[in-house]
Structures are given as C-alpha cells and as structure tokens.
Write a protein that binds this ligand. Structure first.
Ligand code: AHR
Length: 530
C-alpha cells in the first residue's frame, strides 16, 4: 500500500511561499511488489438524463443542424472515442428510478413525454432510449452499465428490460427488440439494481432495500452465455451501516456495490441575491480563494478514508474480495454557473478540478483489490464534466475541460499493475482538522515501462521530488504536463485552449539511477519511465 508520511509541522495556507525548496518530496517506488491490475473501468463515465448531458450534449438527433453521426453530436462523440471510455453508466442517477424503459423504444414520434421531476421539471421526450444508448456504447467500444428502476418500477418491468437487451430467443421481448431494429442482443453486463435507494431512489432504509434487492435481482436473469455483473445500490459516502447490512444480507447475490461521494463544501441552499434562485452554498466553480481551494481539495481526499472504512466492513464478510466497490458517482459539485437552470447542474471546470481528478484517480489505483469501477459525474455538461457544449450557441465546437486532459494523460495506467510506493512530503494545514499533502502520486507498470503520475496540490509553490525505485535505475522516456499560471484557468467557448497538455522535460537524471523532478504549483504531470 502506498504509505504517505506527512511531516508533523504542517504549513498554514497563508504561509505557503512561492519558491521550491530542494528535493522537498521523496518518492520511493517498489516495482517488484506490483501485483494488482488497475481495471480500466476506474476511468468510467456517467451519463444521466439531467440538464444538457444527453440532450444537447451527447444527442442532438439525426435531423439536427449540428453535425452528428446517427444523431450523436459528432465533436462530442469523437472526443469520447479518443478518450477510450471503458464503461458508461446510464440513465441515472436519480432519473433511473423514475425511468420506464418502454417509453424510450419504438418510433420516436410515438414515445411518451414525461416530466423530469428530479432535474428542473424539464419535459423529457424519450427520444434517447435503450437503442440510442446501447448503440452509442457499441460505437464507442465501451461497456454499457444500466441502472435499473427499483424506486418506482416493478420487478416485471426490470425483468423484461434485461430480457429485451440480452435475450437471443424468439420471446416476445426479444422479438420486440428486433422489430425496433436490433437483431442481436447487446449482452449488457453491468446492471445496477436501483440508485441511491437511501435518497432519490426511494428513501429506503437499508433493512428494507436488502429485501427488495434480493427480489428484483432474482428476476434479472442471465441469458445465453452472458452473465450480469450485479450491482447493489450502496452507501451515501461513509455510511458504513448501509454497507454492513448490505454485505450481511446480499453478499452472495451481488458482484458489486456502489458508493457515491461528491467533493462538496456544503449541501445547504441559499438564494442567489440577484435572481432569488436557490444556488446552494457549494461555492463557485470559477471564483474561489486559496482557502476555498484547499477546503475542496481536502474534502475530495476524504474519499480515501471512506474507502478504507468500507473495505474494513467488507473484509469482515468477504475476505476473498468477491464483492467490488463501484464508485459509480464521484467528482466535484459546485453552484451552477450564474444564469443557467439550477436544476441542470452545469458547472465550469478549472485546474482545481484537474488536480482533484488526478488525486482521486491516484487514490482509486491504491485500492483496486476492492475498487473495480469508478464513474465520474458526469460526462458532458453536468458537474465535473469531460466536455462542455455551448447552450447559447450550440453550433460552437465543444470544449474539453482540464479534467478531460487528466483522464487522457492517465490512459497508460489502464490495465497496468499498481506499484506500491512511499511518499514523504509536507502538508498544508487547511483548518484545525484537515491537511492537504503537497503532492499526490501514483505509479503503474505495463509492457516493461512505468507510468508515474504526480499532482502538485500546492496552489502556490512548485515542489521538487526525488524519485527512486528498489533495485532499478530509472530513465525518463517522455513526460507530459497539465498546468496554467492561474489555478482558476479553464477552457471556454472561443478560448478552448487555455488549459491543455504540453510536453514536460524538467527531469534531472542522477548517476545513482534516481530522478529529480520539479513540478509547478497546481499541476499534473505524467512521466513514462524505464
Ligand atoms: O449526479 C447527480 C446526482 O447526484 C445523481 O442523479 C444522483 O444519483 C446523485 O445524488
């Protein structure tokens, strides 16, 4: 396990100075201890019928004036293709427990309209349904992850959905699929039985949900050779009671259990002083001071403690680690951008989001003996997105967020073996309780090469890292960096290249086979090393 050793004397935020001290961070890699493979599914995405994620983000329809491939927005599709998305979760989120899949099949003009009560009361015309989603996944080469409706749907409805998607027989459901244009089953593997059943998915107690899980899950059948990977609705953050009861009652009936964690300052709401619209106390995605920066970074790092707590509970029931944690919602959550629909959760994304993404992925890598999937929320136009499209001028090219670039830089970690390491660095004191280590790191090995990612979480100061490895001399092959002068830097319409990756060479090769690397304040660096 990657031990982090923080020096005792933490610096208060105000004392952080703008100079790098010589080799103030030590990183020792243990390549011979690399065992656990980092599943590519850690790099999963989440697409919900929420705001402009599906409509205007992914889907514009075949007749749109916006360039599209079979109705999918072309620039968004291509950006996702380039990212090599391994898995995408759909249709929610909260939307999933009000979604009735039969409304979203058949001729588009006959599909019923519903009010999306969770997300701004928008009228949903169901033009994007099962075929549109599963065909998209096929075109992207990613695994679909379907979230089934337990909150307001019936057992029969869920059972028939699975049959419709996966059966190759001449049953009525399989024939209906064929009539709607799809001959072969999609063989969907990942299947979630409810979403946030403790909240928008039915406000249940875990003692009640476990019975429902067992019942709904029974009738979600396997068809042909396809085996469903069955995912229970899991805890809200660190709710270990939920995990405990779910593991006690359902561990033999599930392959994974979800956990949701958002880095949010305060869920409480307050009104926008100008419009009177409830904006929340989550703070702005774009305007923040150093203290607010560290508060959110520190919040995002709490995910490690949450994983440890859940792992301890799971180990008690399942020491062989047969049941996986699926972080199928995570990311930053700020106030919506001023002037946008408060129910659509549209937020901008800065270098702050990028370092948080990197630090979170570094944490997931460490626990991949138990954490097998993570789906950042959400893929386009919602919360910590990869991609943004312009609401006012939808024909503008889409823009890629700093978080997109982190996911791109981290691609070589997929299916690499996680390398345990010791990181020694100072930390910055945020308040009485919280501290943020100045550097977060992760390394993996694949095809005889090491990928090493470093995130400088210090908003003001560069840091110099001495990197060595047991019984191995390190030689740099290539490097890439994502940074900007200002932590608030972000890409915007008409200014799409404010934050993007460039090559990184600030690496000194030492005779003893170690490397000395200086990384600028608030940056993410990925090195290829041999
Ligand atoms: O991602 C936005 C929402 O956050 C999801 O719909 C829900 O599951 C969670 O509360």
């Amino acid at each position: 396990m990657n031990k982090k050793i923080f020096l005792c004397a933490a610096l208060p935020v105000a004392l952080a100075i703008n100079t790098a001290s010589a080799q103030d961070v030590q990183l020792k890699l243990h390549p011979s201890q690399a065992e656990t493979v980092i599943p590519k599914e850690i790099y999963g995405q989440f697409a919900e019928h929420l705001g402009r994620c599906i409509y205007g983000g992914i889907w514009v329809g075949k007749d749109s004036e916006i360039e599209n491939i079979e109705g999918y927005r072309k620039d968004v599709f291509e950006a996702l293709k380039d990212l090599e998305v391994p898995v995408m979760r759909w249709p929610g989120g909260c939307f999933a427990d009000e979604y009735h899949w039969m409304d979203g099949i058949g001729p588009q003009e006959n599909r019923p309209r519903m009010v999306n009560t969770n997300w701004g009361g928008t009228v949903e015309d169901n033009s994007f349904g099962t075929h549109e989603f599963l065909n998209l996944c096929e075109m992207l080469g990613c695994e679909p992850y379907i979230s089934g409706n337990v909150g307001s749907g019936t057992v029969e409805e869920m059972a028939k959905w699975v049959e419709y998607m996966n059966s190759d027989t001449n049953s009525t459901m399989a024939e209906l699929r064929r009539k709607n244009g799809r001959e072969k089953p999609w063989n969907v593997k990942y299947f979630g039985v409810g979403n946030e059943s403790w909240g928008c998915g039915g406000n249940m107690k875990i003692e009640y949900y476990t019975n429902l899980y067992r019942r709904y899950n029974t009738y979600a059948r396997n068809y042909g050779k396809n085996r469903l990977f069955r995912i229970a609705s899991g805890a809200n953050g660190g709710d270990t009671h939920w995990m405990d009861v779910a593991m006690r009652e359902c561990r033999h009936n599930m392959d994974g259990i979800s956990v949701h964690f958002y880095a949010v300052r305060d869920w409480g709401s307050e009104d926008d002083p100008i419009t009177g619209i409830p904006m929340g106390k989550k703070g702005s995605a774009l305007n923040f001071n150093d203290q607010q920066y560290y508060e959110i970074v520190s919040k995002s790092l709490e995910i490690e403690d949450i994983i440890r707590k859940h792992c301890a509970v799971m180990d008690k029931y399942d020491p062989k680690k047969n049941v996986a944690i699926m972080f199928d919602e995570w990311g930053t959550w700020f106030n919506v951008e001023p002037g946008t629909n408060p129910g659509w959760l549209y937020q901008q994304s800065t270098m702050r989001d990028a370092v948080i993404a990197a630090a979170s992925l570094n944490i997931f890598h460490k626990y991949t003996d138990r954490v097998k999937m993570a789906n950042i929320a959400q893929v386009v136009n919602v919360l910590q997105s990869m991609i943004l499209t312009n609401e006012k001028n939808p024909k503008d090219p889409c823009i890629l967020t700093p978080t997109y670039y982190v996911f791109k830089m981290y691609k070589p970690h997929k299916e690499g073996k996680f390398i345990p390491a010791d990181l020694t660095c100072e930390s910055i004191r945020v308040n009485d309780k919280e501290q943020v280590p100045v550097v977060s790191s992760s390394a993996s090995t694949k095809d005889g090469q090491i990928t090493l990612s470093l995130a400088n979480l210090d908003v003001a100061k560069p840091h110099t890292i001495a990197i060595s490895a047991d019984e191995m001399k390190l030689a740099l092959v290539s490097g890439e960096i994502l940074t900007a002068k200002d932590i608030h830097a972000h890409n915007d319409f008409g200014q799409a290249t404010q934050v993007q990756t460039t090559s990184f060479k600030d690496v000194k090769q030492k005779k003893d086979g170690s490397l000395v690397v200086t990384i600028p304040a608030h940056s993410v660096v990925t090195l290829q090393v041999k």
